[in-house]
Design a binder for this molecule. Structure first.
Ligand code: C2O
Ligand code: CU
Length: 523
């Protein structure tokens, strides 16, 4: 069924000249031409070691059996996705980048929970690619991680993804190949709830992104810089400086939130001077689906002149909480609702702990001038959402239970920021964290570094651990510097699943590991 060119190393053959696209442009401008070709280094245990034989693999029959047991509508949604070079207008500035079907963000996919999504991905990039359906607890062989769940999709090849979409909510998709997520290759995946209570009148999707491609350094050049220089100047910190990078009320993620300085921050692919504008009648209740597609930037979001009611975290419903502002780490999503006043309001996403013009969209319900770009609504420094404010909604809670297994994932920096590690190993040296089907798994995410890490688990939606089992459900959790949050999940989706930092550079510099399900003893 899946037509792909086997490419188990993820290394693409050198493409012919005319296909270079973005690279060719860089070459002409005198910048170094990148050659990484999304080369993924795989952990040794995956390459036929004894460990691999004792763990469920993506082609194991149990994966298809788990899929057959999923609730389904019987409806099939088909989509083609072409990943290729594109020139896009960010609103007065054209950039050549990589995108799905020439658009940034890519056109959203909308399905209902239980639908079968069939996405035919064709690769017109000069390097190997993949599509990961971020946040979905789907069948393992469709998770889109080259080398772990499928071979990379070679240049000129295609791959058919096909799976039942398990849960309603706000998700997104992007390649899981090298630093491609820091190009324009990202798009929303909205899973509607067949039983949606419909407590809102309109819906807006806002995708936040830090932009550098064809403007600042290329993502490949940024990665090369980290590989050779690490974080540069950050090394000789004294105690005072170290203390000042810690998290505090004003800076919950600490002050060292990212290492890349981006020339622009975008909402829905638009610069703040040419914002996406939504016209809404005053008094309407608007659901805003927020997605942080940034590679190295957390955003603090607020709606000028409005309080927001937070209704969903990473797709799953929460007991609604009223706040002025919230922070989204890379990969994270929140849904909020606002009752729209009369006027013109800015939907602002300010890069957390970074300089640079805040990203924004506009909400227009009446007459008046838009606030000037760069304007920071006072809500940004008002009541800020904390994870501990959130309880899983009735029906979305994991429920109380003692763990069957407790694991540690300790997060550290090594070699001056040239490498980032989990349990003292980079991905290539990692050993799988072994779990068994049906277990309640508890993981302590111990951040022993001076930066926050937005940790993302594939294939499961965990809960922040609470005695009463009502902890907020998430797949993407900001772990502040020197903090140790604890999460629980139920091992109900067999396969090989990665967990990694969603800072794309930290991930590429090694901050990724896997969970492996022990294969049934009968085999
Ligand atoms: Cu959004 Cu492993 O990724
Ligand atoms: Cu990180």
């Amino acid at each position: 069924m899946n037509s792909h060119v086997p490419d188990s190393t993820g290394n693409a053959p050198k493409p012919p000249g005319p296909r270079l696209g973005r690279r060719a442009v860089l070459g002409l401008s005198g910048a170094a031409v990148a050659t990484t070709a999304a080369g993924l280094v795989l952990p040794r245990w995956l390459e036929g070691s004894a460990t691999a034989g004792h763990l469920v693999a993506p082609h194991d029959p149990v994966i298809a059996a788990t899929e057959r047991a999923r609730a389904r509508t019987g409806r099939v949604v088909r989509r083609t996705l072409n990943a290729g070079p594109a020139t896009v207008d960010l609103g007065g500035r054209e950039v050549s980048t990589w995108a799905f079907d020439g658009e940034v963000p890519g056109r959203p996919i909308r399905v209902k929970a239980g639908d079968q999504l069939q996405a035919r991905v064709s690769n017109d990039l000069p390097e190997s690619t993949s599509v990961h359906w971020h946040g979905l607890a789907l069948r393992n062989d469709m998770d889109g991680v080259p080398g772990v769940t499928q071979p990379g999709i070679a240049p000129g090849a295609r791959f058919d993804y096909s799976f039942v979409v398990p849960h309603p909510g706000t998700y997104w998709f992007h390649p899981h190949s090298g630093v491609q997520p820091d190009t324009g290759l990202y798009a929303p995946l909205i899973v509607e709830d067949p039983d949606e209570p419909g407590a809102y009148d309109e819906e807006i999707v806002l995708v936040l992104d830090d932009w550098t491609d064809d403007w600042g350094q290329s993502p490949d050049a940024i990665l090369r810089g980290f590989r050779s220089n690490g974080m540069g100047m950050n090394m000789g910190m004294n105690m005072g400086e170290m203390a000042s990078t810690m998290s505090s009320t004003e800076n919950p993620l600490g002050t060292d939130t990212g290492d890349v300085s981006y020339p622009a921050h975008l909402v829905n692919g638009r610069l703040p001077t040419a914002p996406d504008t939504f016209r809404v009648e005053p008094g309407r209740r608007v659901r805003i689906r927020l997605i942080n597609a940034g590679a190295d930037t957390a955003y603090r979001f607020a709606v000028g002149g409005h309080r927001m009611s937070v209704t969903h975290s990473d797709g799953f419903p929460v007991v609604p909480v009223e706040v002025d502002a919230l922070i989204l780490g890379m990969g994270e999503r929140f849904d909020v609702t606002v009752t729209v006043g009369d006027g013109v309001f800015a939907l602002v996403a300010a890069p957390e702990g970074k300089d640079g013009p805040p990203a924004r969209a506009l909400l227009r319900s009446g007459a008046g001038a838009a606030p000037p770009p760069g304007d920071l609504p006072r809500e940004l420094t008002g009541r800020l959402l904390a994870y501990t404010d959130l309880l899983a909604a009735e029906g979305a809670a994991l429920g109380p239970a003692e763990p069957d297994r407790e694991l540690d994932a300790t997060l550290t920096m090594a070699n001056g920021g040239r490498r980032w590690m989990i349990n003292d190993r980079t991905f290539e040296d990692s050993e799988p964290l072994v779990i068994a089907r049906g277990e309640r798994v508890r993981v302590r995410l111990a951040n022993k570094s001076m930066m926050f890490h937005p940790m993302h688990l594939h294939g499961h939606t965990f809960a922040l651990t609470r005695k009463d089992g009502r902890g907020v459900r998430k797949d993407n959790l900001n772990v502040p510097p020197m903090s140790e949050p604890v999460i629980d999940f139920v091992a109900d989706n067999p396969g090989r699943w990665v967990m990694h930092c969603h800072n794309i550079y930290h991930m590429e510099l090694g901050m990724m590991t896997t969970f492996g399900y022990r294969a049934p003893a009968s085999r």
